[in-house]
Design a protein around this ligand. Structure first.
Ligand SMILES: [Zn+2]
Length: 457
């Protein structure tokens, strides 16, 4: 058994080189939605091969390449999968970056670059951890499979098909997910699942072309019609009232309820950050954290119609209106079924003419709270971090966990990772604290060791 100090010393001996790896990875543009990624695939393949992995490229027709890097362990009966993604979000608006997004720059102990937190920081930290693990322990006692996806930021459209097509190669006992993070006070957080997402575009066409607004007296209005249709999705408190929408929701079990009670949520700081006096429906305390995890939502992302030049005016009766709406889903709601319920709801209320296009959906996912990996990651976190780790039965955001956790039946746990809530994920000036990067390399070594010692569930 290696103690924490030995791990910290080993990380610190190679710290310059490890940071160099992260800088290299962050210097490679890999905005998946802009067709970038090839250079990043090559870099990762090289890195994996250098570390001794067998590497294959996984894809299905039309999909970006996912990389599978396999490190054989001495016990062929145990396999740990590690999921990360190499694609990053677009960099716009570029003028708000204080240093160019693909020129990693260190300021105030933070490394700024697109992808530094989401998700190259965790990915590189885990590759470094594997190196440290072997330096301190020799051979891996279990097989490690790195599965590195290339379209996470684009909604993982092909990911489920890739998982199905390569199910045999992807067999594993547990899966380390992309990365939990540290909260604003630096307390580590981990997750066992995630909410799902259904993203739809709604379109209403009421008349053949835009008209003088005076004829609004006798001609129908597309914007009003679409507003009324969307308004019917929720009650005045924002609760979704689509028929059947709540039928498959599984309420939290006793252990989940206990964990929810223990989730620290700095309400005052959040109210201040949002510039509001109180949360919706007067939510506070455990009811607030319960709602955060267990309440689905219908959210209007955007609405487009007619004349919208700020300060200008033009009287028009728009022919068409379009809205983007996302539904955050909770276990065991199913995105495809919910899309059907949305269509039925509109039809039943006389809005059958409104076109509903599903742009993407990811099902919610949950994993057992007592998986081998979960027990190992929690035990290692209790030793490693000075603050108690906050455990979320699942996270309030969405990721493509469903194809792994439910599709392949591999329990997922997302241990603390390099990001923080103010790491500017998806925004200009994305960054990680360099100290967090080193800390997470060390913690990863600690839970890999613990995983090797933990009796399988
Ligand atoms: Zn992201």
């Amino acid at each position: 058994m290696t103690d924490a100090q030995k791990i910290r010393d080993a990380v610190s001996r190679s710290s310059g080189r490890f940071l160099g790896h992260l800088e290299q990875a962050c210097a490679i543009p890999s905005v998946g939605t802009e067709g970038q990624g090839i250079e990043m695939i090559a870099w990762l393949e090289n890195r994996l091969v250098e570390l001794g992995a067998t590497v294959s490229r996984l894809s299905v027709p039309g999909s970006p390449v996912a990389i599978l890097g396999e490190f054989a362990g001495t016990d062929p009966g145990r396999t740990l999968m590690i999921y990360d993604h190499y694609d990053v979000q677009p960099v716009d608006p570029l003028n708000l970056w204080l240093s160019p997004p693909f020129e990693p720059t260190i300021r105030d102990g933070k490394l700024f670059a697109r992808g530094a937190a989401d998700n190259k920081g965790d990915l590189v930290a885990r590759l470094c951890a594997l190196e440290v693990f072997r330096e301190l322990n020799g051979e891996l006692p279990f097989t490690v499979k790195f599965l590195i996806e290339g379209e996470e930021e684009a909604g993982s459209v092909y990911f489920e098909r890739i998982c199905q097509a390569f199910a045999e190669q992807l067999k594993a006992d547990d899966c380390v997910w992309e990365g939990g993070w540290m909260d604003l006070d630096g307390r580590p957080e981990m997750y066992y699942g995630c909410k799902g997402l259904l993203y739809v575009e709604l379109r209403c066409r009421a008349i053949s072309g835009d008209q003088h607004s005076s004829i609004a007296v006798y001609a129908p209005s597309a914007p009003w019609r679409l507003l009324r249709a969307i308004n019917s999705f929720t009650d005045d408190d924002g609760n979704v009232v689509i028929d059947g929408f709540h039928d498959k929701i599984v309420p939290p079990g006793p252990r989940e309820s206990e964990l929810i009670e223990r989730i620290p949520f700095n309400e005052q700081a959040m109210l201040k950050r949002l510039g509001i006096a109180e949360f919706n429906r007067g939510l506070t305390g455990p009811a607030l954290t319960h709602a955060l995890l267990y309440s689905p939502t219908a959210n209007i992302d955007g609405f487009e119609t007619g004349y919208t030049v700020p300060g200008g005016q033009k009287t028009v009766l728009p022919a068409e209106a379009m809205a983007k709406v996302d539904f955050r889903l909770v276990p065991d709601q199913d995105g495809t079924e919910i899309a059907g319920l949305v269509r039925k709801h509109l039809k039943d209320r006389g809005f059958g003419d409104i076109e509903v296009s599903v742009l993407s959906h990811e099902n919610p996912s949950r994993s057992p709270l007592d998986s081998t990996l979960g027990r190992a990651a929690e035990a290692a976190a209790a030793e490693w971090f000075k603050d108690r780790v906050t455990i979320y039965p699942y996270m309030w955001a969405t990721g493509p966990m469903f194809p792994i956790a439910q599709g392949l039946g591999i329990p997922i746990c997302s241990p603390p990772g390099v990001g923080r809530p103010d790491s500017n994920l998806h925004a200009p000036n994305e960054h990680v604290h360099v100290a967090d990067f080193y800390d997470i390399i060390g913690y990863t070594v600690a839970y890999l060791e613990e995983y090797g010692r933990t009796e399988p569930s």
